[in-house]
Design a protein around this ligand. Sequence first.
Ligand code: UT7
Length: 323
Amino acid sequence: MYFSKLIATGSCVPAQVITNDRLSEMVDTSDEWIQSRSGIGKRHFSTGENASDLAIGTAKDVLRKCDIRPEDIELIIVATVSGDYTTPSVACLVQAAIGATNALAFDISAACSGFVFGLSVADKFIKTGVYRNALVIGTEVLSKYINFEDRSTCVLFGDGSGGAMVVRSDEPGILCEEVGSDGAKGLSLTCGHVPAASPYNQVERGTDPYIHMDGRAIFDFATRAVPKSVQKLLEKAGVSTEEIDLVVPHQANSRIVEIISRKLHIPMEKFYLNMFEYANTSSATIPIALNELAEKGQLTEGKLILLCGFGAGLTWGSMLIRL
Ligand code: UT7
């Protein structure tokens, strides 16, 4: 039996920063409303970079920080809902760009839980001895799906990418997970609908690229599903909340995180929040946060980290990691 461990993180975000005030020039909103309702202060928007460009930037950043050559990477998993193409996958574009000629590469679609799902899949491949390492990336250019006339969604999302290298280890790193899906509620958050139109049916051509969200339904889901998932996870792992050093939640809304903190009796000081800077970058929020923590010197050996993803699908994923 092998274990898997995170050994390096990286990230890449577009340089262009759009403040709440800038958005309020376009829709009827305000910095006060956005900050008080979501904790978001700004977001980074692409100036043309696509999801793969950001993922490639992340891959190079991760590789700079670990002793693994591109040709030695065995698995590349990219979590994204905003890939450049339907096919090829972003993972294959990353593979080609960095020269990871010996890797298996594929994408997974699990929106804001995508990075945790990606780690979960990588963990299985490593624990079963199939691969010795995996590069897991979350990358999104959500700006291409935002309806900039819809104030209820356009203020919430951003673009960015983050990732981590996971390797085979003698000591436990990824300790335990609790992941799940509830497709029955899936239509409360959708993005990019493509109808099945062809000359051989009556379906009208034309795609709806935009994000549509029942914000209240997702808010209720997140504040119910995440605490339940974490409680199950801690029971499974035999870990108490006091033992957790840091919580890295999906960065959708600071009010959601405050409710999760209250319900789990884990103080807010243990939660890392950066939605003020990046807004909600879906699959990229957790790895961007992990990389910031690493750069601040807070991911020191031995710490116990809790990751909590939740979002479209609907999906959720909680994971305990020993550094
Ligand atoms: O990562 C995927 C998961 N996504 C999430 O986790 C998002 C979950 N949902 C949320 O974070 C919150 O529901 C929102 C931030 C989206 C909205 O907050 P809310 O407290 O649920 O507000 P609401 O939708 O109930 O809207 C309250 C009011 C409405 O006006 P009326 O009907 O009370 O007059 C909205 O029209 O706020 C209005 N409103 C806005 N006002 C100014 C909605 N968007 C805006 C806006 N600026 N941008």
